[in-house]
Design a protein around this ligand. Structure first.
Ligand code: MG
Length: 248
């Protein structure tokens, strides 16, 4: 019997995977799209949408559509008390988001008054930004909380003044008319530590409300950062829209 020729790339006699399009180890299955990663950890990969690189707020505006009132200096932006939330001009849906933040080095206030800001995915779902280092507050408002719903799995905060990172995977709720088909899902990593794992949100977040999905919303919206009257800083903000493998 002739020895079976060693395939170069894969096989054409293996079982079909669910869906029936590709076999196990299929030689003809398209190669994954190449994305050149950032040169250093946290730097934007080649296919990222860079929303803030430290130079200016061209991609941001106030909630009312006016100019973004935050300060930019030394490669970061800083919330200016009373200037209001800022949000991206562009809208985004399901995505991988990276950003870095620093709460004020000088500790003032307590609980929700310390370094408070927030990252609102599609303008509706707040991942809390707070100086959560040795700071007691209500658990579902701690740094990294899905605000008013789910505390972070652990407290992985760095001390005040230090730069910290969020890496977030966001999948928006889907509706069929007025009916919820799938809830919003959030995976959040703070400073390299998993703090939410595919957590289904109860609905758009809010203060002192029980969230729900009674009002359907679009699957995309602006990325919004909160002015909570504390001079919290942000830098290196980028995202990658989630695209399926077959879209390569
Ligand atoms: Mg907040």
């Amino acid at each position: 019997m002739a020895e079976r020729k060693q395939p170069v790339l894969g096989y054409d006699d293996t079982p079909f995977l669910p869906g029936g399009k590709w076999r196990v180890h299929d030689a003809n299955r398209p190669q994954p799209r190449v994305v050149t990663p950032g040169a250093t950890p946290g730097a934007p990969p080649a296919d990222a949408v860079v929303l803030f690189d430290g130079s200016g707020l061209e991609q941001w505006q106030g909630k009312d559509g006016g100019a973004a009132g935050w300060q930019v200096r030394d490669g970061f932006m800083e919330a200016v008390a009373g200037s209001g939330d800022i949000q991206t001009r562009a809208h985004f849906g399901d995505c991988q988001l990276h950003l870095e933040f620093a709460c004020p080095a000088r500790v003032e206030g307590s609980s929700q008054g310390r370094g408070n800001s927030g990252v609102f995915l599609i303008g509706l779902y707040e991942i809390q930004v707070l100086d959560g280092y040795d700071n007691r507050t209500y658990a579902d408002g701690h740094s990294g909380a899905i605000y008013g719903q789910y505390p972070p799995l652990v407290n992985a905060c760095r001390p005040p003044g230090e730069w910290q990172s969020y890496d977030i995977v966001f999948e928006s709720a889907r509706f069929d008319g007025g009916r919820l088909v799938s809830p919003t899902s959030l995976t959040v990593i703070l400073n390299g530590v998993l703090i939410h794992h595919r957590q289904a949100s109860l609905g758009p977040t809010g203060n002192r409300i029980l969230a729900d999905y009674d009002t359907p919303h679009p699957p995309a919206g602006p990325l919004r950062l909160q002015d909570h009257r504390n001079p919290t800083r942000f830098r290196n903000i980028w995202l990658r829209p989630l695209t399926p493998y077959d879209a390569a």
